[in-house]
Design a binder for this molecule. Structure first.
Ligand SMILES: C[S@@+](CC[C@H](N)C(=O)[O-])C[C@H]1O[C@@H](n2cnc3c(N)ncnc32)[C@H](O)[C@@H]1O
Length: 251
């Protein structure tokens, strides 16, 4: 898919998502709070954090406010999302940076080694093999003792339950659009979401679609990438927060 055709690269889609994220995604704030709570470093720690697919910088802002000595890089492939992130994070000066890059690219050289890699609502856009390669790169990017924390969409194992949760989320977004809580510019994004995820439920997924996997599948993938102590620390409906640690080197 040409990058300009990707839905997250349209200015209207980025602006609408940024304006209404907590209404579009019913667990948005709970997921972000769980990601921040999983950072084990203490408020005053001088840590380096990477936010993968960090979009308009909402999670980055929360982390930079919660950890006043942290430095954070938002990595995303979308110029319109990163323009919003730059505005939002400008008050943090050189504590915040942005990198325009795809998760599938080699980004380690641009970002360097970090204490934590975080992400929300982004990694589920990758195909299984792309996720595996990304998790290996995350492992390489982390210092010993560092953490990977993914607050993302996950599917239940049961197809019936998955379809019911998709219906529930669709009704939630439709009601928020009808009431005007979500800007009408989000309507085409929702229309395409319903086509891909509900009408074409059985069609094969391509990179950039919503390629949800179960929490257990992702835990297995992270272990395969070298992480230990991998667990889901929070889970509700279609959302979860998975935490994985890169082992400390001892002896
Ligand atoms: C639903 S938005 C979430 C944004 C932000 N993480 C948040 O929680 O508010 C999805 C984001 O993932 C980014 N994204 C999707 N696929 C990507 C990829 N392959 N590489 C880099 N970023 C990607 C999009 O550009 C977009 O900013």
């Amino acid at each position: 898919m040409a990058e300009e055709d990707y839905r997250w690269n349209r200015h209207e889609a980025a602006a609408a998502y940024d304006a209404a994220a907590p209404l579009i995604h019913p667990r948005y704030q709970e997921v972000q709070a769980a990601v921040v709570a999983a950072l084990p470093f203490g408020r005053e720690a001088s840590i380096r954090v990477l936010d993968l697919g960090g979009g308009s910088g909402r999670l980055a802002e929360l982390i930079l406010k919660s950890c006043p000595n942290a430095h954070l890089t938002v990595l995303d492939q979308s110029e319109p999302f990163l323009a919003l992130a730059k505005d939002r994070l400008a008050p943090f000066g050189n504590r915040a940076a942005t990198v325009e890059r795809r998760l599938q690219n080699d980004w380690l050289g641009d970002v360097g080694v970090v204490d934590a890699v975080v992400s929300t609502s982004a990694i589920h856009h990758l195909l299984p093999g792309e996720k595996q390669t990304l998790f290996m790169q995350c492992f390489a990017a982390l210092k010993a003792g560092g953490l990977f924390i993914n607050g993302d969409e996950y599917r239940p194992a049961s197809t019936e339950q998955f379809k019911a949760l998709l219906q529930q989320w669709s009704r939630h977004m439709e009601a928020a659009l009808e009431s005007g809580a979500i800007p009408s510019s989000f309507e085409p994004v929702l229309g395409q979401w319903k086509r891909r995820n509900m009408q074409e439920f059985d069609s094969p997924r391509k990179s950039g679609d919503d390629c949800l996997e179960t929490v257990d599948a992702q835990i297995g993938r992270l272990r395969d990438a070298g992480f230990c102590a991998v667990e889901a620390v929070w889970q509700k409906d279609l959302w979860g927060v998975v935490v994985a640690r890169r082992l400390e080197i001892t002896g």
